[in-house]
Design a protein around this ligand. Structure first.
Ligand code: ATP
Ligand code: MG
Length: 231
C-alpha cells in the first residue's frame, strides 16, 4: 500500500476554541490508484492531506507512505524521505516568491542527490508539458493564478515521486489546462503511482476510481465513482 492512513485525528486548539478538524480517519491508497477527496469547506480535507504528506503530525493514529511512518524520522531524514516519495501540491501553492518558475520547480532536487543536469532537463520538460515555457524566468508574483498552480504541480513531479497529494490542483485552471493536468495524474496512476486529490471539480472526480467524502472531519460512506466504473 503506498499510502496507509490509520485512525488519524487532529485537533486545532486556540486560546478560546477547539476544532476537531480530522476525527479518526482511515484511508488507504494503493499503487495505481487515483482517489478523490470531497467535502464542504472546513471539513478537514487540507488537514488530512498535510498529515498524509508528513507535514503535520497527527494527534493520534498513524500514517505510512511506501511502508515508512514519516513521523518516526528525524526532521532532515523526513524532509529527504518526503522529497523522494511524495509530490505535494498545496492549496495556496507556496512557491518561493524570489525564485523564478524554473528555480521553484528545481527546488526539490536540492533535497535528493540527483545530478543537476538531469534535474534541469526534467524541469524543462515539465515546464513545456505544463505550458510554462515562456514564463520560466518569471517570479511567482508575475504569474497568473493558473500559471502558479501549474508551476506548483510541476515542482511536485520533479523528483518522480511515488505518491502525489494535491489540494484542489485544478481550482484555477481553464478546461484545457485542467485536462492536461488530470491526464498527467491519470497516466501517473496508470504507471503505478498513487494519487490522492482534494477537489470540488467534477472533471477531477470523473478521473478517480474512488471518491471519499469528508464530513466534519470524518469519512462518510465510501462510494464507487459511477463515472469511472462505467468505463
Ligand atoms: N492552523 C489552524 N488553526 C486553527 N484551526 C484551523 C487551522 N487549520 C485549519 N483549521 C480549522 O480546521 C477545520 C478544517 O480545516 P481544513 O483547512 O482542513 O478544511 P478544508 O476541508 O481543507 O477546507 P477548504 O475546502 O475551505 O479548503 C476548519 O474548521 C478550519 O477552520
Ligand atoms: Mg483546504
Amino acid at each position: 500500500m503506498l499510502l496507509s492512513i490509520d485512525g488519524v485525528s487532529r485537533t486545532y486548539t486556540d486560546s478560546d476554541s477547539t476544532v476537531h478538524a480530522v476525527d479518526d480517519v482511515s484511508l488507504q491508497v494503493a499503487a495505481g490508484e487515483f482517489v478523490a477527496v470531497q467535502g464542504a469547506s472546513g471539513s478537514g480535507k487540507s488537514t488530512l492531506l498535510l498529515m498524509a504528506g508528513g507535514l503535520l503530525k497527527p494527534d493520534s493514529g498513524h500514517v505510512q507512505v511506501n511502508g515508512q511512518d514519516p513521523y518516526c524520522l528525524k526532521p532532515d531524514a523526513r524532509a529527504e524521505f518526503r522529497a523522494q516519495n511524495i509530490g505535494f501540491v498545496f492549496q495556496q501553492f507556496h512557491l518561493v516568491p524570489y525564485l523564478s518558475v524554473l528555480d521553484n520547480i528545481l527546488a526539490p532536487a536540492l533535497a535528493v542527490s540527483e545530478p543537476e543536469t538531469r534535474a534541469r532537463a526534467r524541469a524543462l520538460q515539465l515546464i513545456e508539458q505544463f505550458g510554462l515555457s515562456d514564463r520560466q524566468q518569471h517570479v511567482p508574483a508575475k504569474l497568473s493564478s493558473g500559471e502558479r498552480q501549474r508551476a506548483a504541480m510541476a515542482r511536485a513531479l520533479l523528483n518522480e515521486p511515488k505518491l502525489i497529494l494535491a489540494d484542489e490542483p485544478t481550482g484555477n485552471l481553464d478546461h484545457n489546462n485542467a485536462d492536461t493536468l488530470l491526464g498527467y495524474l491519470s497516466d501517473f496512476a496508470t504507471a503505478g503511482g498513487a494519487v490522492l486529490l482534494v477537489t470540488h471539480d467534477d472533471r477531477a472526480v470523473a478521473c478517480a476510481q474512488r471518491v471519499v467524502h469528508l464530513q466534519n472531519g470524518r469519512i462518510a460512506e465510501p462510494v464507487v465513482n459511477a463515472v469511472s466504473s462505467r468505463r
